[in-house]
Design a protein around this ligand. Structure first.
Ligand code: UTP
Length: 478
């Protein structure tokens, strides 16, 4: 046993030396047995065969984004179909509804992020957000799925990707809250992979003397995690064909959208995406484009300024298709991509962040300015790998208002405001006028649970008599 242990240590030491990472064992002599075991297990999680190249290409410097030679605006399906598309949209809704009824669709929320900008103590999905009931994000999604099940007689499964950092807390949050009324068997958690943080010179950082500073490997890590966790196999077994993907921070998302799912299926798309018009040329969202013939997303930071500001003849913005992290993926596409895990990898995106670390003397340092390189993969980098990728436009007011920041743009305050506005607009649309304040905002708080209605049209069908609406008051319907 002891010999096997020393063999393992010797092997690991040699690997570390070969890759210039021997500092990871610098504090070995000060560790107890348990800590030593934890450190070796951490080190064994690092993919050393790819490390040298990774450090050269993405850590020590960032290879510039390989900008396509030819960049064109992406063709997309409009939010409102013109006369030429009315029939196709009707067929798609029918098809999507039928796929939902047959449980060939599952929900998938990526919730492994660290939510550093929001600074909330707990998984972001536990953040309370709805305007009247203050429901947390996870509850809103659970109710969307339950509302869908009610409407279509389905029994959908919801996959939630966590990270090693928030998995236990996320599961406990669901258990404490009775899975928000879902059948616990239909809520499936799995963990994503991790990447070490690096010093700018390419040294892996230690979080403690016996722990590597790992962080989640980005929402793009979800593809491999779907396979490695067994979720893909489980979906295949259950006959699930389509994965409806959304991010945990957008309470307005139409989590399961018959039109989107139906279009994906009818057009033979392997990966579909929703887009919204940008608020300004330089809005900090990715841009859908066709680059050298392929549909792709170029990040705002990589889109050349002259393209960001380019105009069509009519004076409208030429590159106006913002990416909002809402997709449908075919299960078979994720299976194909990840079939040979050793060859599959999305490109790494580099960010310089503050990461606490243990220095050579064994002291833990809390940096006051960004000191480390973190690498993440992004889900949208799978789009150019897909056959017939489809882009569907939606409206920001209806479907996108993420909670990213503690204050200001994309904060809890703006997201709550947008939920309130949307509920008021649905009531107006159903014929029940909502009083407005002088600045045009709804006069009062309005919240409509997805258990009652999933969209404005649905509300019109289910709310048959005028509700009592009092200016300045809070109103809730479910
Ligand atoms: P963001 O890019 O907004 O990152 O994630 P974040 O980690 O939540 O927040 P910041 O940047 O630290 O403030 C967008 C979506 O992708 C998920 C997040 O949970 C969120 O739903 N995500 C992000 C993951 O699931 N895993 C990751 O490694 C990163």
């Amino acid at each position: 046993m002891a010999a096997a242990g020393s063999d393992r240590l010797a092997r690991i030491r040699k690997t570390l030396q070969e890759h210039g990472q021997e500092h990871l064992l610098a504090h070995w002599d000060t560790l107890n047995d348990e800590q030593r075991g934890a450190l070796l297990a951490d080190i064994e999680q690092v993919n050393f065969s790819a490390l040298t190249q990774l450090v050269e290409r993405n850590v020590r410097r960032q290879e510039p984004f390989p900008l396509p030679h030819d960049i064109q605006p992406v063709p997309f399906y409009p939010a409102q179909p013109g006369i030429d598309l009315v029939g196709k949209y009707a067929d798609a809704i029918k098809r999507g509804t039928s796929l939902i009824r047959q449980n060939k669709v599952c929900g998938f929320t990526v919730a492994g992020g660290q939510g550093t900008r929001l600074g909330f103590d707990g998984p972001k999905g536990a953040f309370p957000i709805s305007p009247v009931k203050n429901k947390p994000l996870f509850q809103l999604f659970a109710e969307y799925i339950r509302g869908t099940n009610r409407r279509y007689g389905s029994d959908l499964t919801w996959y939630i990707m966590t990270s090693p950092q928030n998995d236990a807390q996320t599961k406990a949050f669901f258990a404490e809250n009775g899975y928000f009324g879902m059948d616990p068997k239909r809520v499936r958690f799995f963990q994503q992979g991790v990447m070490p943080a690096f010093s700018p010179e390419g040294k892996i950082l230690l979080d403690q003397k016996h722990r590597i500073a790992f962080s989640p490997d980005g929402h793009g890590g979800s593809l491999l995690a779907l396979r490695n966790s067994g979720a893909l196999a489980e979906m295949a077994e259950a006959g699930v064909e389509y994965i409806s993907y959304w991010q945990v921070d957008n309470p307005l998302v139409k989590a399961i959208d018959p039109l989107f799912i139906g279009l994906h299926d009818l057009t033979g798309s392997q990966m579909s995406s929703k887009t919204i018009p940008k608020v300004d040329d330089l809005e900090r969202v990715g841009n859908f484009v066709v680059g050298d013939g392929r549909t792709m997303v170029i990040e705002y930071s990589d889109l050349p300024d002259e393209l960001a500001h380019a105009r069509n003849e009519a004076g409208t913005r030429k590159f106006d298709a913002g990416s909002i992290g809402i997709h449908v993926l075919s299960r078979s596409f994720v299976e194909e991509l990840t079939a040979d895990a050793s060859h599959f990898g999305l490109p790494w995106h580099r960010a310089i962040k503050k990461v606490p670390y243990v220095d050579a003397s064994g002291r833990r340092v809390e940096p006051t300015s960004p000191n480390a390189v973190k690498l993440e993969a992004f889900i949208f980098d799978a789009i150019p790998l897909a056959r017939n990728p489809l882009v569907l436009q939606t409206s920001r007011a209806e479907e996108f208002s993420p909670v990213k920041n503690a204050t200001g743009v994309d904060s809890a305050e703006t997201s709550r405001r947008d939920m309130n506005r949307r509920a008021a607009a649905w009531l107006d649309g159903a014929g029940y006028d909502v009083p407005r304040k002088a600045d045009g905002e709804p006069d009062g708080l309005f919240e409509i649970s997805s258990l009652l209605a999933l969209d404005a049209g649905h509300l019109r069908e289910v709310m048959l008599s005028p509700p009592t609406i009092r200016a300045g008051q809070a109103h809730y319907w479910e």
